[in-house]
Design a protein around this ligand. Structure first.
Ligand SMILES: [Zn+2]
Length: 444
């Protein structure tokens, strides 16, 4: 029997339940060499009955670097990510300045790489005055597109720009992912005029109604049809970010698009006393809608869970809902919230692994997201007995707060990044620069 430099043992999530397995790691490459009932190793770490999940790949974070380091920077954000079992993050382009030209993209990469505690990739921006989508598409694995205004001014100015962009990306055979913030600007403006002073989170929701999301999806579908008969005929994948309603989730799936849901749309709603801490775009909906999304997750109908980690300071979020910026932190709590639900039997461990790791890694063709030979040995060890109400004091995100305080959560005991421990006894031991940029999406 071959001997592996490091063998990690624990219970792995399979479609039929948890099974105790040994994972053989090639510490030279950082990849998984074998998975079997029993393996010999120079170093054997037996995690007993603890559960080993593939490291989560959070495809949607806003680390505010460059621009607003008081909210988060790449060092604090990637530390928080590892602390929560996220081993790869993909950072969104609406930093300050926004990553909408190739030069800005390269500058940001040089700025953040030395700070990265976990692996990372950077989204480019496709919508902004002066954005050069073709040039950014030549280097970025993904492009982010805002159909409605959110944080930062990165929205289209003319209606036919969307179809032109899709045609452009198809022409250069962009191999990555086009992610869409699906809220239609015209609908947002109409609702804003009608509900200008409506108070609280419900007022925010009224100004950004579900119909704006469905209208944006419709516009997106029309624009795709103007270029290709089906989304699968495009050289790139289209991902609909943060669906806040079951209707949007189902419509996006029916069109053959990738779609993500956030933990806050699953576990929070607009009747909670969160004040501006609950202000996000798209907004929290009512309790029934959140329950519908959670039922869809449990039924295996949610492809990807993404955090949309968007920290703001307490000073900003302490304002009235009408005046506060939108967004909440989430990269550190995404996996812990789902793991706690799995530990109490509501959700299968396999669904947790599929939605947080396997599907997002596949979307970007990353050699991650599964505990299988050839994949990076990114592993997260959680103890089901650790489920406890979440407290802000335990979190590392620089903004220092969470809207999920009191929710059941399981923070990881141990995390391995490419075979090396980066979290031990719940403490992040990785240093800045431990994280590497994820390999680019292969080009045909
Ligand atoms: Zn976002």
């Amino acid at each position: 029997m071959p001997r592996y430099p490091r063998v990690v043992i624990g219970r792995l999530a399979t479609p039929t339940g948890l099974e105790r397995r040994a994972i053989g790691i090639d510490t030279t490459t950082g990849r998984i060499a074998a998975v079997a009932a029993r393996l010999d190793g120079d170093e054997v770490v037996d995690h007993g009955e603890r559960v080993i999940l593939p490291g989560a790949v959070d495809i949607h974070v806003h680390f505010r670097d460059p621009g607003h380091p008081a909210k988060e920077d790449f060092a604090s954000g990637t530390r928080a990510a590892l602390h929560g079992g996220v081993t790869t993050v993909m950072d969104m382009p609406n930093t300050d300045p926004a990553t909408t030209t190739r030069a800005r993209y390269e500058e940001k990469r040089a700025l953040v790489a030395p700070k990265a505690h976990c692996d990372f990739a950077l989204w480019g921006g496709a919508t902004a005055p002066g954005a050069d989508a073709r040039a950014v598409a030549a280097v970025a694995p993904g492009l982010k597109l805002y159909l409605g205004e959110s944080t930062g001014k990165v929205t289209f100015e003319e209606p036919d720009q969307l179809e032109r962009l899709i045609a452009d990306l198809q022409e250069v055979r962009f191999p990555g992912v086009l992610a869409v913030h699906a809220e239609q600007q015209a609908d947002l403006e109409a609702a804003r005029d009608k509900h200008a002073t409506a108070p609280g989170l419900r007022g925010h929701g009224a100004r950004r109604p579900p119909a704006a999301e469905l209208a944006a999806l419709q516009g997106l579908a029309d624009a795709i049809r103007g270029v290709a008969a089906r989304p699968e005929a495009l050289s790139f994948r289209v991902h609909v970010a943060h669906a806040s309603t079951f209707a949007l989730l189902e419509s996006a799936r029916a069109l053959g698009l990738s779609v993500g849901v956030t933990p806050h749309h699953l576990f929070l709603h607009d009747a909670l006393p969160l004040g501006a801490y609950g202000r996000v775009n798209p907004p929290l909906r009512d309790e029934k809608e959140a329950a519908r999304l959670y039922a869809a997750l449990r039924a295996g109908l949610v492809p990807i869970v993404e955090s949309d980690h968007a920290p703001h300071t307490r000073a900003e979020k302490g304002r009235d809902v009408l005046d506060a910026p939108s967004g909440m932190p989430g990269v550190e709590t995404l996996l812990p919230l789902l793991a706690a639900r799995a530990a109490r039997g509501e959700l299968s461990w396999h669904t947790v692994a599929a939605t947080t790791a396997t599907a997002p890694a596949r979307l970007f063709a990353l050699p991650k997201g599964e505990i299988a030979p050839g994949r990076d040995a990114d592993l997260v060890v959680v103890d089901p007995a650790d489920a406890a109400p979440l407290s802000e004091e335990r979190l590392l995100t620089r903004c220092g707060w969470t809207a999920f305080a009191g929710h059941p959560a399981i923070l990881p005991r141990t995390v391995y990044l490419r075979g090396e421990p980066v979290v031990e006894d719940g403490m992040v031991v990785a240093r800045p620069g431990t994280g590497q940029e994820a390999p680019p999406v292969p080009r045909a």
